[in-house]
Design a protein around this ligand. Structure first.
Ligand code: ANZ
Length: 798
């Protein structure tokens, strides 16, 4: 019989809650630490072990930091607007607010059952009016600064979901949720001008401690390219057009031009002879998604009948249209260099267009590497980078081109034709135009509607409530905006709200965010790399410019946790039937065992299959720890005896190892180190409190309940969760000690026995305890120290 975990766990959860043990202090002299988990979408299907695995790391860190003397903010809340609750409402007629509230309650119970040390007083939910009031307020700030605008844009329209989707919500031409086909149609949409922040979003990546692959993914998404914008004349027309190229060095290799089919100039320059072909091709392209167009399928295109004049060579080249040229990048037209660009090469081969080499190198064309320029007049013999520079100067001198920087980043499509989201605080007046709702009228409450389904035209359900839509001001009747904001609106600033969650006068107090921000550790899945993590950085920067916040970056350190796979090694899913629900496993094994096991399974960022025998093993380990203190008959068996020196050394080594491993988030190795210590304690039959107390403390962030119980039994002071983190003794940690001579001003004054790994400071401290050394120093402080570990210590005093 080991300790009854379900009794113990609920006992300590109640104690923590009633004593507000994990409350973040608004004012404190302690240093602050802000540890954040990406908040969940409260779905009806509840939490599974994967969720527990993702919340355990930041909880371990939070508990450790509290013990290290930090004022810790470790909050939890809910990303509560979104599609599933709305789809459920469409099917059942039950208001999404009801479904969501139920899911939130159930999530909260489960999270409490796992003993996460959240400050529950700071819980937020993005669908509550007192929260989304401020989401609307921040939107108005964007609107006032011209960073929110409406535009007719080709959007990803999903007929099945009846909504527009963001690019990152579309995977291979299908909706991320549900896998329904997505087509491109023009529609008036709200856009946020994230592109204005492209350079800052790029530069400031250098200031944060994030996984390199995540930073690189953001860099690629922002996609900065440096090059030139070059002007071409259309032969026989007054028209000119521009192309964006990153390779102005290849201007002598241009053999044709390609325009995006949507380019407005296409109509004007197309010859009568080619008109029909061109129109057919334009129509066919409009049905293709952006993703399909970017995919490297066989090249297609049509000749317009027109020619352009190369401004550098004066050569006449044909102008084609092709769907591999996109309208919304660069200028929507390119100069094609089939000798040195793979896509242009493929196109030239297909349509029998000339191919010219202008760079030496490679056996075959296209050659995309570095080389000397050839067949290029005044560029001949130059390297690629020299030629680029020379051509840029030439273009600028002749006024036929300018240097230009382009970003792949697009503005953020910010509206949805859905019900369950934040209403826009915007009214459209026929005469006065578009106006923001006055701040004192916020929140613009989500109105009741008879049906949650969008209309087939794609009009949002809010449009059905005509009473609500009508808005009169200054004698003019206007119509409220009926689109709603996307899920990522509320999640783009929630980390700021936690710093001051109950503020009714502002999104948060300036001083509160100044104290707590930036988030010191942010833990979440790698799937948010270019969505949430980029949007949040953008909003933070806008709020910085508005003067609402004092930091440019929201998340100082970021860590991704890997996925917990099903026991079959596959991604957990209902259809596979391999989901391990959190509520079931906590009943059979207890929170402590699950928490410890999910960290023990392997390195944090790796995907790991769930192992039923693995968790049993960890459970046995925890039981073995508790039996060192209380035996199976419930008797207290720990002793006051000092542990043997070898055990004491191992205890200190283990403290050191676990401390360092927690710092580096290497939790699995921390658990193994504790397992080794426990084995040695059994072997040595050592039950010394002096060894067990620190063990219980360093195990506490992993298995917080049973360690509280053992701590209490051993007469530990206060809560184990809040007791100061044990310190290790360096002399005990060192594998070897050496006797070294101590000199004062070069003269030998005594010896000390000290660990080879001891620091200079420790060596000096030890030396100053030696009578001969102390008297030679005459009460003065060392002016300089020369310390050769394991060999000699020389203290200089003036
Ligand atoms: C001539 C050239 C020669 C090019 C060469 C490349 C290699 P990144 O680096 O991605 O910015 N391009 C420009 N606008 C385009 C559009 N709207 N749709 C499709 N392609 C476009 O790529 C810039 C290059 O992509 C540009 O440089 C242009 O082709 C093409 F040996 O110009 B290049």
């Amino acid at each position: 019989m080991s300790l009854n975990f379900s009794e113990i766990e609920s006992k300590w959860q109640k104690k923590w809650e009633s004593s507000k043990a994990f409350k973040a202090e608004a004012k404190s002299t302690k240093p602050k630490y802000y540890a954040l988990d990406m908040f969940p979408y409260p779905s009806g299907s509840g939490l599974h072990v994967g969720h527990i695995a993702s919340y355990t790391p930041a909880d371990i860190i939070s508990r450790y930091k509290r013990a290290m003397g930090f004022n810790v903010l470790h909050p939890m809340g809910y990303d509560a607007f979104g599609l599933p609750a709305e789809q459920f409402a469409i099917q059942t007629g039950i208001h999404p607010a009801i479904t969501t509230a139920k899911a939130i309650e159930s999530f909260g119970n489960t999270l409490r059952n796992f003993g996460f040390s959240f400050d529950w007083d700071r819980q937020i939910s993005t669908c509550e009016p007192k929260y989304y009031k401020w989401t609307q307020f921040i939107f108005l700030k964007l609107f006032e600064r011209g960073l929110a605008y409406q535009k007719e844009v080709p959007v990803n329209w999903c007929p099945a979901l009846k909504t527009v989707l963001a690019n990152d919500e579309v995977i291979d031409g299908k909706s991320e949720r549900g896998g329904h086909p997505v087509i491109r149609v023009p529609m008036k949409q709200w856009m946020l001008k994230i592109t204005d922040y492209a350079e800052r979003l790029l530069q400031d990546l250098d200031t944060v401690d994030w996984p390199e692959r995540t930073k690189e993914a953001q860099r690629n998404w922002i996609g900065k390219s440096e090059g030139a914008r070059v002007t071409f004349k259309v032969d026989g027309h007054n028209e000119t057009f521009e192309v964006f190229t990153t390779r102005p060095d290849t201007l002598f290799g241009v053999t044709f031009m390609v325009m995006a089919p949507e380019n407005p100039l296409v109509k004007q320059i197309t010859t009568d002879h080619q008109k029909r072909n061109v129109e057919e091709y334009v129509l066919a392209t409009s049905k293709k998604s952006e993703v399909d167009r970017k995919a490297t399928t066989e090249k297609t295109g049509v000749f317009t009948g027109a020619h352009a004049i190369n401004p550098v060579t004066g050569e006449k080249v044909p102008v084609w249209i092709a769907d591999y040229v996109l309208m919304d990048y660069g200028t929507g037209a390119i100069m094609a260099v089939p000798g040195h660009d793979a896509r242009d090469h493929e196109f030239a081969k297909k349509f029998d267009l000339p191919i010219k080499r202008v760079l030496e190198g490679g056996d075959e064309l296209p050659f995309e590497g570095e080389g000397k320029l050839v067949n290029s007049d005044f560029l001949n013999g130059l390297s690629k980078s020299e030629a680029i520079q020379k051509m840029l100067s030439h273009l600028e001198a002749k006024k036929i081109g300018v240097r230009e920087v382009q970003y792949k980043l697009r503005d953020w499509l910010f509206s949805r034709q859905r019900y369950w989201g934040e209403p826009f605080p915007i009214v459209h007046f026929p005469k006065a135009g578009m106006k923001g709702v006055p701040v004192n009228e916020l929140p613009v409450l989500l109105p009741e509607v008879a049906e949650y389904e969008p209309s087939d035209k794609g009009e949002a359900p809010l449009a059905r409530n005509t009473d609500w839509v009508r808005y009169e001001a200054n004698g003019e009747v206007g119509a409220r905006e009926t689109d709603t904001m996307p899920g990522a609106a509320g999640s783009s600033w929630y980390f700021l709200r936690y710093t001051d969650p109950h503020n009714d006068n502002a999104p948060f107090d300036f001083e509160a965010q100044k104290y707590w921000m930036p988030v010191d550790l942010y833990v979440g899945g790698p799937e948010h790399t270019v969505g949430h993590l980029l949007y949040s950085r953008f909003w933070q920067k806008v709020m910085f410019d508005v003067g609402l916040v004092s930091h440019q970056e929201p998340f100082k350190k970021l860590a991704h946790q890997g996925m917990v796979l099903g026991p079959d090694g596959e991604k957990m899913s209902k259809s596979r039937g391999n989901v391990i629900p959190a509520e079931e496993i906590v009943k059979t094994h207890g929170a402590d065992a699950v928490r410890t096991f999910v960290t023990f399974m392997g390195p944090l960022d790796k995907d790991k299959p769930w192992s039923p025998t693995g968790i049993d093993g960890v459970k046995r380990f925890l039981d073995r720890v508790s039996r060192l203190v209380v035996n199976d008959d419930g008797q207290y068996v720990a002793t006051k005896e000092a542990p043997p020196l070898e055990i004491e050394k191992l205890v200190h080594k283990t403290i050191k190892k676990v401390t360092e491993d927690i710092e580096s988030m290497s939790f699995n190795t921390a658990v193994s180190a504790m397992m080794i210590l426990v084995n040695e304690l059994y072997k040595a039959e050592c039950r010394s409190e002096k060894a067990l107390k620190p063990l219980v403390q360093i195990l506490s962030p992993f298995a917080p309940h049973m360690t509280e119980e053992l701590w209490e039994k051993m007469g530990g002071e206060g809560l184990c969760s809040l007791a100061p983190w044990p310190k290790y003794d360096n002399t005990l940690v060192a594998d070897d000690t050496a006797t070294i001579g101590v000199q004062v001003n070069g003269k030998m004054r005594g010896t000390i026995e000290i660990g080879i790994a001891a620091s200079e400071q420790e060596a000096v401290a030890a030396a100053m305890a030696v009578a001969g050394v102390a008297s030679a120093m005459g009460g003065k402080n060392p002016d300089k120290v020369i310390y050769k570990a394991g060999r000699i210590l020389n203290i200089i005093v003036k």
